[in-house]
Design a protein around this ligand. Structure first.
Ligand code: RP5
Length: 163
């Protein structure tokens, strides 16, 4: 993890979310975006969540990425507590494959948005890329890193299928 001032705060409802949310951190590393990761829960540690979100903008964070499963209140509660953009990553669950968490994040009341990504690893990766796009709006170094990332991704797709 970078020692620079973090631009992105990665939060998750449980340690059990980390295997998926680690993909946010790994992708931000590839994009050269400094980040930090914390475990906090809207239900189990509401004060920790409130303290973190209320301080986030003043600490220089630009985006919060929140991963949660089941009732998945974390991103919505975070969005209620900070004006920063909040991106939500639903965890795959046992009951409905993560559809419950996806809907909990997407179906926010008007005025308190959560930018909701896909369930699981793809959502974690995309949350990082989207956060980089947001950071890149005011950071030329991040913009160049994002262009390079996208170009490398495109170059890595073979035109012909292989056996
Ligand atoms: C949510 O409940 C967490 O985000 C996690 O996805 C889910 C289950 O948590 P654990 O019981 O594994 O701690 O709050």
């Amino acid at each position: 993890m970078s020692t620079e001032q973090p631009a992105v705060g990665i939060i998750m409802g449980s340690q059990s979310d980390w295997p998926v949310m680690k993909n946010v951190a790994l992708t931000l590393d590839k994009l050269g975006i400094a980040h930090e990761a914390r475990v906090m829960s809207a239900h189990r540690t509401p004060d920790r969540l409130a303290d973190y979100c209320r301080a986030a903008r003043g600490r220089g964070l630009k985006v919060i990425i929140a991963g949660a499963g089941m009732a998945a209140a974390l991103p919505g509660a975070a969005a209620a507590l900070t004006p920063l953009p909040v991106l939500g990553v639903p965890m795959e669950g046992k009951l409905m494959g993560g559809l419950d968490a996806l809907l909990a994040m997407a179906q926010m009341p008007g005025g308190v948005p959560v930018g909701t990504l896909a369930v699981g690893k793809a959502g974690a990766v995309n949350a990082a890329v989207l956060a980089a796009s947001i950071v890149a709006l005011s950071d030329p170094q991040a913009a160049q890193a994002l262009d390079d990332f996208r170009a490398a991704q495109t170059a890595g797709v073979p035109e012909l299928p292989e056996d």
